[in-house]
Design a binder for this molecule. Structure first.
Ligand code: CMP
Length: 136
């Protein structure tokens, strides 16, 4: 059954800083994702706080927002059948130490914070996150 979905992907500062953005984009393209829109931006800390608001009660919230706003990021709308789940499988576990062989975080992630990529965790959050970056 056709279940074409969109999801939001972020290539985080640790990966952009190492010039891995093109390499990671190619992984998405080689895995059947279309990149519908993309832009390279640098967030202010208050924007990162807004983006990660769901985590505001977590002990790692402040560091997370500092980090996401520490350098340029590449944000993309990815489209594919079951894009949300497919992207999460391709990214691998949040902590690169736990990520399976062949996943983006296993290959490029440095730590649980510097885990190279973000992807929406549900279709509903995908819509919210896409609007956050791409709604004019
Ligand atoms: P991401 O998928 O972008 O969503 C929230 C981020 O918080 C996550 O990736 C991690 O980089 C970061 N993070 C830091 N510490 C933790 C933790 N203990 N559990 C989950 N996420 C964490």
């Amino acid at each position: 059954m056709n279940n074409l979905e969109q999801t939001l992907s972020i290539i985080k500062p640790d990966a952009v800083e190492r010039n891995l953005d093109q390499e990671i984009k190619n992984i998405f393209l080689n895995n059947g994702f279309k990149i519908i829109k993309e832009k390279k931006i640098k967030l202010e800390k208050n924007e990162a706080e807004k983006f990660y608001k769901v985590h505001e009660t977590k002990p790692f919230y402040n560091d997370l927002c500092e980090y996401l706003s520490s350098g340029p990021i590449l944000v993309m709308i990815l489209e594919k059948e079951n894009a949300v789940l497919s992207n999460r499988e391709l990214m691998g576990a949040t902590n690169p130490k736990d990520a399976k062989e062949g996943t983006i975080r296993k290959k490029y992630g440095i730590s649980i914070d510097k885990n190279s990529v973000h992807g929406s965790d549900s279709k509903e959050n995908g819509k919210i996150e896409i609007d956050f970056f791409f709604k004019n």
